[in-house]
Design a protein around this ligand. Structure first.
Ligand SMILES: [Ca+2]
Ligand SMILES: [Ca+2]
Length: 233
């Protein structure tokens, strides 16, 4: 009876876990960008960014700049395609400093709003809505434009943020681009994607020995009429 009770409890726990989102997935990624490459001031010069996407429907993107954030920040979260980030995208965007940010999804008008929070030189945008659930999102692009200068681009991430486990492998050698020092030269089986694997070491002295024996045998055959006795030794 006790065993039955325990089994029932375990089944209930198992179902409970599944019902509360056992299949949900949290994907994260981060990327850096050089400083000093912005057409704007330090507040519009991206140095790093990171994303967290919960497939239950929460998305947040944080962008760090050289100085206190200043500009119109646009973050587009989509799907890795080659080395780009495309497809149906979730946008979190807003002017920093400011308090109104927007959240939209391609093809869905007026999806909602996003929360904007500034801490030091980092501005974070986040939203949580059913429309953001279950997307095939694996990357994020970030750009800053000039809010007072007809949207002129000031700085953008040099490469999209690729979520961990979804980084592209341009040359298909099994070494993901972020760790591949030669991303266009396939070098399977290497750690850095460049150095070809070492050639298998030539083995032992046996082949030499056989060759030697063979040549000795040939020599002996040729001379068998003359030096039969010596060859046998
Ligand atoms: Ca930059
Ligand atoms: Ca590679």
């Amino acid at each position: 009876m006790l065993k039955k009770g325990i089994s029932a409890a375990l089944v209930a726990v198992a179902f409970g876990v599944c019902a509360t989102g056992a299949h949900a997935e949290i994907r994260t990624g981060q990327a850096t960008d050089p400083s000093g490459d912005s057409l704007g001031g330090p507040g519009a010069d991206i140095v790093s960014a990171r994303t967290t996407y919960d497939t239950n429907g929460s998305l947040s993107v944080a962008v760090t700049t050289v100085g206190p954030p200043a500009g119109f920040f646009i973050t587009l979260t989509g799907s890795v395609s080659g080395t780009d980030c495309l497809g149906v995208t979730g946008t979190l965007a807003g002017t920093a400093p400011g308090d109104l940010a927007i959240a939209t999804i391609t093809g869905i008008r007026g999806t909602g709003s996003a929360l904007e929070l500034i801490t030091g030189n980092t501005v974070s945008f986040s939203t949580s809505a059913p429309a953001f659930a279950g997307k095939d999102w694996t990357c994020t692009k970030v750009a800053i434009t000039d809010p007072g200068g007809n949207g002129q681009p000031l700085d953008e991430l040099a490469a999209p943020i690729y979520f961990a486990g979804f980084e592209p492998d341009s040359d298909g050698d099994g070494v993901k681009d972020p760790s591949d020092k030669c991303p266009t030269v396939a070098a399977a089986g290497t750690a850095d994607g460049c150095t070809p694997p070492p050639a298998p070491a030539t083995t032992s002295k046996k082949p030499t020995s056989k060759k030697h024996k063979a040549s000795k045998s040939k020599r002996c055959k040729a001379k068998k009429h003359h030096r039969k006795a010596r060859c046998k030794r």
